[in-house]
Design a protein around this ligand. Structure first.
Ligand code: INI
Length: 161
């Protein structure tokens, strides 16, 4: 029989840091609401949840890294909304946020979830914040719980190199 490792969706006892960008706040508040609701439904207690607001998605990685390095969290969720405008600013913010968030997980071993919507316009963003196509914050919450649970199981897998 193969050894199969798979995270559960049971959040009881987990500590989760949620970093949320204020830019496009009308949308990111919906992501935050969906995320917190989903964490609670999966059993994560309020005392286990910390929410930190940052100015924009560009700043998500900095605060996520700080929380991850504190050793106080089993997973970090980053929530943001980047909407393409007439300038190239979108591309810079989107690629910087993406790679910073990825680096948090890789460098610290604490799962850091990419709950950032990247769209062409506001309508598409609202669709992904609960109007039509689900809520990215809900998806991010369950990914955080699954990854936190999986990483706990990986504690029993020895590191050799
Ligand atoms: N931040 C976002 O979260 N979404 C955006 O769409 C966005 N745009 O388009 O400019 C944005 N910019 C702000 C950026 O994240 C930083 O907060 C700012 O540049 C200060 O460092």
């Amino acid at each position: 029989m193969p050894r199969v490792l798979e995270g559960s969706l049971i959040g009881t006892g987990l500590r989760v840091g949620v970093v949320v960008a204020r830019f496009n706040e009308l949308i990111t508040r919906e992501l935050l609401g969906g995320c917190l609701h989903a964490l609670q439904r999966h059993g994560v207690h309020d005392e286990g949840i910390t929410v930190a607001w940052v100015p924009g998605s560009f700043e998500l990685g900095t605060v996520a890294m700080r929380l991850a390095r504190s050793g106080d969290y089993d997973a970090i969720v980053c929530l943001g909304c980047i909407i393409r405008g007439a300038t190239t600013h979108y591309d810079h913010v989107a690629s910087a946020a993406t790679s910073a968030i990825q680096q948090v997980g890789i460098q610290t071993g604490v799962p850091c979830i990419f709950g950032v919507i990247t769209t062409e316009n506001h309508e598409q963003a609202f669709d992904r914040a609960g109007i039509k196509l689900g809520n990215k914050g809900v998806e991010a919450a369950s990914a955080a719980i699954e990854m936190a649970s999986l990483v706990k199981q990986l504690g029993s897998v020895p590191v050799k190199r």
